[in-house]
Design a protein around this ligand. Sequence first.
Ligand code: AGP
Length: 606
Amino acid sequence: MGVFGYIGKNKAIPVLVGGLRKLGFQGFDSTGLAVLEEGGIWITKSTGKLVDLESKLSARTFTSTVGIGHTRWATHGRPCDENAHPHTDCHGNFAVVHNGIIENYLELKEWLISEGHIFRSETDTEVLPHLIEHYYEGDLEATVCKVLNKIEGSYALIVLSCKHPGMLIAARKNSSLVVGLGEEECYLASNFSAIPEYTKKTYVLDDEEIAVLTDGRAQFIDFQGKTKEKEVCEVNWDASVVEKEDYEHFMLKEIYEQPKVLRDTLSGRLADEKVVLKEMSLTPEQITGFNKVAIVACGTAYHAGLIGRSLIERWAKIPVEIDIASEFRYRSPLIDDRTLVIVLSQSGETADTLAALREAKRLGARIVGITNVVGSSVSREAHDVIYTWAGPEIAIASTKAYTTQIEAMVLLALYLSQAKATMPQEWNREIITELKRIPDKASEIFMQVPKIQHMASYIKESSSAFFIGRGLDWAVALEGSLKLKETTYIHAEAYAAGELKHGAIALITENTPIVALNTQRELYDKTLSNVNEIKARGAQVIGFTFKGNDSFGQSVDEVLYLPETINELAPILTVIPLQLLAYYVSLARGNDVDRPRNLVKSVTVE
Ligand code: AGP
């Protein structure tokens, strides 16, 4: 889902379409835009792809220099033109685009209908233009403030009105919104990635903040109408990074970017003998005061958290709990001021993760955020932030964010271990030396792409697949199975290798492809015996291990030997062939690799 707005000296339609194209990489099922034309609001909407909207737009020439646009991922009401944004009031004086959910929309809608308003869609968003219409008495700013105090929920919204042709008004609560400042023009976008093409000067709206854009100037007020001063935030991305360049898909580009972004994420954080995290404000006394760590995240970020849990317990000797963020609040977690809570989120805007962060903060915990987006909600609400420097991740299937999140967890685990002096200095040096080698070792994996493409042939016709491993390999198996599921639509399941015999092995037939990960040297033999159990049932096994593990390599149907590294850093390397495997199977199945069905890049609704 994404909102985009433009007001300035250039024609609005091309800018709006460009912004929607950038936002569209996050996935959507319908799109639309509104511009001021000949004194009125002109709206064009379309289900399906952006090209469908563009073909509708080509029907006439627009001169407007102000407009708003939206890419929708349906939450209330099926994908169709009527439910696509922008939505307007009864008389077409106000148009609104909105990201998020208006939680009290039903009671508002019933009241507005009782007041004579006519609704055309099933969406929650449509109450907004009707509320504005209801309260409008000439001052649009004051009207928007009044409306925002009536609604509950999350929103990044933009208002366009033919009664105020030189103005756009935007507001944010629990859903990101960025203002871009150009020469006598302003941009609005729900995601940073839509801005660098136009300007690097941005303002990030805080929660319960309103932006009033007029003639290339931005003013900010709170919901009580009080003016707020804001700092400019320089976007450190070039527009080119949000292009595929010579890759067929963003996912492939981002897989191949991993050696570079792994190097970038380590940059400035490794001295010879220790980890240096200037962004952390925790003192050694505070660190030794923590009696527990809690990790919360969703999806791929959760899988990176699983690696972090193991490393923090092994190296920093602190007990670690980990929760899927959407479950965290409901188990009445025992969190207090002696708990360090680590929140992982690539986008920094995932609603489930933000809700968990806020609950942990309410309970008194110290929050460290690990995120890829500067200025994101996680980065602003955590006490400390460790940024992954992966650059914008456009493909919906997360790849480089995951490996750099693992790196950030490695750095944090070492940082905590150093503060508590739990490991000998020599050991620190060895880990750091090996960590510096990981980006080059990641590059070596790409020499085995032909083998990975061959492995894809074992899976591409299957309807199900298993990923198995022990210890850290199990955590990586979870990520490998998610990659396959979300890009190929094959039902894949990750299983602790030792647990298969307790039931799930009943599912395995000779056509079930099994991906077996075996990088944890002390578990080589145990995982091999699990592989033999499934081979005995005729399954085809694709194995990933290190050179020298010959008995395993000879037992599986296809084996890929990974560049050697220590057990704890193996996940960063093991996952890369699994990302490529999912990519090539998805390609073979003719899927939209970058934008798989039903998915969006940042899930900003709970
Ligand atoms: C990853 O491939 C998925 N697209 C999804 O699970 C994602 O990791 C999850 O939604 C969390 O997103 P975040 O890291 O932006 O919070």
